[in-house]
Design a protein around this ligand. Structure first.
Ligand SMILES: Cc1cc2nc3c(=O)[nH]c(=O)nc-3n(C[C@H](O)[C@H](O)[C@H](O)COP(=O)(O)OP(=O)(O)OC[C@H]3O[C@@H](n4cnc5c(N)ncnc54)[C@H](O)[C@@H]3O)c2cc1C
Ligand code: SF4
Length: 410
């Protein structure tokens, strides 16, 4: 039987110093939300969730709750913590479609949002509420970024993203799909066309490579590419996955659902990097996880796997003398992603780090006036809730900047 969220909510002690809130990266008002819910004020509970975090409905499903809110609940010290994620999900899901987001009258200014992932959606909602005209440009067909093209359906139903798309439309936000900025249209074109500021939230989509022989073979793929459209891949019965973070677990569990029978994840470290929850679910799905091993080469017959350890300085050492073929029909490399440089290479004045991430200050100002950035393209591969948290601050900085520009034109 499903969890009864009412029973879970009744377990909450309404702590004076709620540790759950401190554990939440976006400081969700958890005890207040639970109290409003128990007092039959569910819309009030929903309103406080969305005012604080426009992606509450998504975060209730995909955050690492064991480490965050639930991991900090005092009840977890001696027993089970309150299942905050289920309560938040119930409230957000019931409230979402009837939520009316108030919009200030148009202030005559426009913002261009490049990238419709969690960072871009957050900025778009905050700026639209303040009265800005907002257009989201995305290289892909649908909004959501990794939520749409990375996290699998069994963890985050795509219908939720459709509901977000409708909500953005109700707010008057324009969406230009299939439009990669840095191609036919550049940031300079956006300023030419009257956008008062530009936001870059393009995430990290360039797969990191192992730098070993065999990565370009026909039966070798990268995690982010595979998760984009798993139905297009014929992986065969036996699949080897190199890397053991959350993306690797998503790939493994998707491959099993797509028909693979033997899926093995090779973790370079002694403990897989993925969250315990994701590891447990992957194992329940039948995924085999092997620790302390990585690939030294990939062949058409499968990867050549060797032991891996760390020296006293934490550097990884591969023991080539232990190398042996692991027979697999396909190999998937899942060792994270870095940024693409399409925008930066077509726009002057935007500084990046040595790894290509966009350089900003704490409020998201890039080194080019009027251009802001946040999310994974600034911080590297992180989480949805972190992208939302920083983007809230950046939306305020964009508002301040655009109002300044308007005042200087008076
Ligand atoms: C497989 C996988 C699973 C994950 N699971 C979780 C999870 O369970 N929980 C969690 O909290 N986090 C998870 N993450 C991380 C999380 O999804 C990201 O941290 C988050 O999506 C970052 O948001 P973003 O808006 O910065 O970027 P993205 O979500 O990457 O969105 C960027 C958008 O920009 C668009 N874009 C890129 N270049 C251009 C361009 N030149 N012009 C126009 N548009 C462009 C892209 O098409 C995309 O839509 C996962 C990541 C991966 C890869
Ligand atoms: S820490 Fe646990 S018991 Fe205390 S307010 Fe938060 S959810 Fe309720």
């Amino acid at each position: 039987m499903a969890v009864h969220v009412v029973n879970e909510a009744r377990r909450c002690l309404n702590c004076k110093n709620p540790m759950c809130r401190q554990g939440c990266p976006i400081n969700t008002p958890i005890p207040q939300m639970i109290q409003a819910f128990l007092d039959n004020r569910i819309d009030e509970a929903g309103a406080m969730l969305f005012a604080n975090n426009p992606l509450s409905l998504v975060c209730s499903l995909v955050c690492d709750h064991d480490k965050q809110c639930e991991g900090h609940c005092v009840l977890g010290r001696k027993g089970a913590p309150v299942q905050i994620s289920s309560i938040e999900n119930y409230i957000s899901d019931s409230y979402f479609d009837r939520m009316k987001i108030e919009r200030q009258p148009s202030n005559g200014m426009r913002a261009a949002i490049i990238g419709g992932g969690p960072a871009g959606i957050t900025i778009a909602i905050f700026l639209a509420r303040m009265g800005y005209g907002v257009t989201i440009f995305d290289a892909k067909e649908k909004i959501g970024g990794i939520l749409q093209y990375g996290i699998p359906e069994f963890r985050l139903p795509k219908s939720i993203l459709k509901r977000y798309q409708n909500k953005l439309k109700q707010l008057g936000i324009h969406f230009r799909p299939n439009t990669a900025i840095g191609g036919a249209i550049t940031i300079d074109d956006l300023f030419r066309d009257g956008y008062n500021s530009v936001f870059i939230g393009t995430g990290v989509w360039r797969p990191k490579t192992l730098g070993i022989k065999g990565e370009s073979l026909g039966n070798v793929h990268f995690a982010i590419n595979y998760l984009n459209s798993p139905d297009n891949y014929e992986l065969g019965e036996t699949v080897a996955i190199i890397g053991a973070g959350n993306s690797a677990m998503d790939v493994a569990r998707t491959a099993i659902r797509e028909g693979a029978r033997h899926v093995t994840v090779f973790s370079p470290s002694a403990h897989p990097k993925a969250s315990i929850r994701e590891i447990e679910y992957a194992q329940i799905d039948g995924v085999n996880i092997v620790c302390g091993k990585s690939a030294v080469e990939i062949t058409e017959e499968g990867p050549i796997i060797a032991d891996m350890t760390k020296d006293a300085d934490g550097n990884r050492i591969i023991h080539k003398e232990t190398a042996e073929l692991f027979k697999a029909d396909s190999t998937i490399i899942a060792i994270s992603q870095g940024p693409k440089d399409k925008i930066v290479s077509t726009t002057g004045g935007i500084q990046t780090s040595s790894s290509g991430l966009v350089t900003t200050d704490d409020e998201g100002h890039t080194t080019r006036e009027g251009v802001f950035a946040s999310g994974d393209v600034v911080a590297g591969a992180r989480t949805v809730v972190e992208a939302v948290y920083y983007s809230k601050k950046v939306a305020e900085a964009m508002d301040e900047y655009m109002r300044g520009v308007k005042d200087s034109q008076k």
